[in-house]
Design a protein around this ligand. Structure first.
Ligand code: SF4
Length: 143
């Protein structure tokens, strides 16, 4: 009950880096800085998938991450949304040539609701995508 009440007013996001150069992760981290101040939009970041509404997935889904990504996705309570962030998550990016080690795109493993292209995408683009897509995905579950 309390959780439903809180969730109507805030979005909790969890970042999963599945392999890459960490450039995208740095841009996500920048959202927490004073410049972008993600919390002013009611978006809160933490690391427990059991407590989040949306997964932000970066990286090319390296071999060792493939099963783990599915496990983490299954731990997120319904309703949930997934944003694939960065060229690596969407296509494999600079890791495409290592096809035996990369599983990208992320949508090969879990359902993806929105994609944020770029190498890396800017923090403002990531914040815009969270605000544009996540509330809609979460609301569509209650219809
Ligand atoms: S998309 Fe670019 S910045 Fe992001 S993890 Fe891949 S190589 Fe790094």
């Amino acid at each position: 009950m309390i959780k439903d009440f809180i969730r109507k007013r805030s979005i909790h996001v969890c970042l999963i880096c599945t392999g890459g150069c960490n450039g995208c992760d740095i841009e996500v981290a920048a959202l927490l800085s004073k410049r972008y101040d993600l919390e002013q939009y009611g978006i809160y970041y933490h690391n427990n998938p059991r407590e989040c509404d949306a997964l932000l997935v970066t990286g090319h889904v390296a071999k060792q991450w493939q099963e783990k990504l599915i496990e983490l996705y299954n731990k997120v309570p319904e309703p949930k949304a997934v944003l694939a962030i960065g060229a690596c998550a969407l296509t494999g990016g600079i890791f495409q040539q290592e096809s035996d080690k990369t599983g990208a795109p992320v949508s090969n493993f879990i359902p993806v609701d929105a994609e944020v292209p770029g190498c890396p995408p800017r923090p403002a683009e990531i914040a815009t995508a969270i605000l544009k897509y996540v509330p809609g995905v979460l609301a569509s579950y209650s219809k």
